[in-house]
Design a protein around this ligand. Structure first.
Ligand code: TXA
Ligand code: MG
Length: 317
């Protein structure tokens, strides 16, 4: 692939209309959401969606989330189930992705769904991401804007570090407030299934529904194909639940510990989520070859953080 100039666009009306024009040409634009930066393409354009897979080096069986400007647009592409209606009313726009039956007349590229008969949809709660979706006025397929298997980007600089020369533009909207990807719930069947822990805690979703979410049928064969074991990985080897760091290790701490980097000295899970990917990027920049990570409580946003850390520590393929 020959290198292209990656334009850095400002998050103002001129930048947004330029970005929307780039999308209409079937090209790629990275943009901020409240979770992480997405790498967007027109979800109706096969060639544009194929370019996402090429830029990321992503395995082609991995389907993409379609981003929409507002909740009302979901019904144009999907059948809406009762659980989806309840969750959408309570949490959208926000860090929640719903998997729903794909409408036959949706007009979404088959490369987006990887041939599944369901579609993952999300309505981001970010002024710049939302602004782009409004100006573009169509469905935008967007995975996280990082090379496949690497740490998700929470700043425009992270996007450029991984994809400069491979994408047409990035809109610089500053750091992402949530910092971990959206929670994914499959609402296409009788009982909603949690596919990925993320920015909206599972407890909050269950509180809204009034019953527990089901686990994927076979945890060894994840329904969400993106849930590959080694994922979100920094370059160094990762050791979890570390109460201290060995001399050869760089410590990524949590809580009141004297670590090289600390996700949240105060032990605040929201702050830790917002810092997680930035600090994994920093560990790469520091050249950390061995990384020790403090234990993180496994509730609320801690579930999403631990999910990402387990993948970062998984054996590399
Ligand atoms: O916060 C987020 O969700 C970010 C921002 C950019 O929106 N996006 C993101 O996309 O994390 P990505 O591509 O990195 O992860 C999407 C996940 C993958 O695990 C994929 O397998 C799953 O969504 N997925 C997509 N469509 C699906 C479907 N129809 N059924 C089940 N899982 C699906
Ligand atoms: Mg990703």
């Amino acid at each position: 692939m020959t290198a292209i100039d990656t334009a850095i666009l400002s998050p103002d009306p001129a930048g947004l209309s330029r970005a929307a024009a780039v999308l209409r040409e079937g090209k790629l634009v990275a943009f901020p959401t409240e979770t992480v930066y997405g790498l967007g393409a027109d979800a109706r354009n096969d060639a544009a969606v194929a370019a996402i897979y090429a830029a990321k080096g992503r395995p082609s069986f991995n389907p993409l989330i379609v981003h929409l400007a507002d909740v009302a647009a979901i019904g144009r592409y999907c059948e809406i189930t009762d659980a989806a209606r309840q969750l959408a009313a309570a949490f959208l726009p926000g860090a929640l992705t719903l998997v729903l039956p794909l409408r036959a007349d949706a007009g979404i590229s088959k490369l987006v769904t990887a041939g599944l008969d369901t579609l993952a949809v999300r309505v981001p709660d970010h002024p710049v991401g939302h602004g782009l979706l409004q100006v573009f006025d169509g469905p935008v397929a967007a995975p996280s804007a990082n090379p496949s298997g690497r740490v998700s980007p929470t700043t425009a600089a992270h996007v450029l570090a991984g994809l400069s020369g491979k994408i047409d533009a990035v809109i610089d909207g500053g750091p992402c407030a949530v910092g971990v990807e959206s929670t994914i719930v499959d609402c296409s069947g009788d009982r909603p299934v949690i596919l990925r822990a993320g920015g909206i805690p599972v407890e909050a979703l269950e509180g809204c529904l009034g019953y527990p979410l089901a686990a994927p049928a076979d945890p060894l064969v994840p329904i969400s194909p993106g849930q590959l074991a080694s994922h979100y990985a920094p370059k160094g080897a990762v050791r979890l639940n570390a109460r201290y760091a060995e001399p050869h290790e760089t410590w990524l701490g949590f809580g009141a510990v004297d670590a090289a980097l600390n996700l949240s000295p105060a032990g605040d899970l929201q702050q830790a989520a917002a810092n997680l990917f930035e600090m994994l990027h920093q560990l790469d920049a520091m050249g950390a070859a061995h990384i020790a990570v403090s234990p993180i409580p496994d509730h609320g946003l801690g579930r999403a953080i631990n999910d990402r850390l387990k993948r970062a520590a998984a054996p590399r393929g």
